[in-house]
Design a protein around this ligand. Structure first.
Ligand SMILES: [Zn+2]
Length: 142
């Protein structure tokens, strides 16, 4: 699947196993030789959702800090699930976009208050929202 993130196309795949420097890992975001995001097919539910957002956050290139990306993706996933939006198996009509946009935008604002650029933050939040909807994030309760 191709995802458009941060002005670039990324190839998204879910292989059975992902190895990095001799260890099995849940996900990875690679810039070269071509842009790729891989998330382990063995992950399920919320763990998979958080890993997806984690790797997408690397792709938007918003912070080079692994700890920042980990904290942001964990917190934003928790808020989305609290708001009734999460990764679903069904590929029905997109829903939950507004919750995703708002949670991501405001989590970015808090996390990167130093940027003080709401327009840019909204662009990043919109990018992430579109990608998550393509990956199957949906409203889980009405
Ligand atoms: Zn990471």
């Amino acid at each position: 699947m191709r995802l458009h993130i941060g002005g670039h196309y990324w190839n998204y795949s879910e292989p059975r196993t992902i190895h990095w420097e001799g260890h099995a890992i849940d996900g990875v975001c690679i810039r070269s030789p071509r842009r790729e995001i891989r998330v382990s097919r063995r992950l399920k539910g919320r763990t998979k959702a958080e890993t997806q957002l984690h790797e997408l956050t690397h792709a938007v290139n918003f912070s080079s800090s692994e700890q920042w990306v980990t904290t942001f993706s964990s917190a934003a996933t928790a808020l989305c699930y609290s708001g009734g939006v999460g990764l679903c198996k069904t590929r029905d009509r997109p829903s939950g976009a507004e919750v995703l946009r708002q949670v991501l935008f405001h989590a970015l604002r808090i996390g990167r208050h130093d940027l003080d650029d709401d327009h840019h933050l909204q662009t990043v939040a919109d990018d992430l929202t579109r990608a998550l909807l393509r990956l199957g994030w949906r409203q889980t309760r009405k």
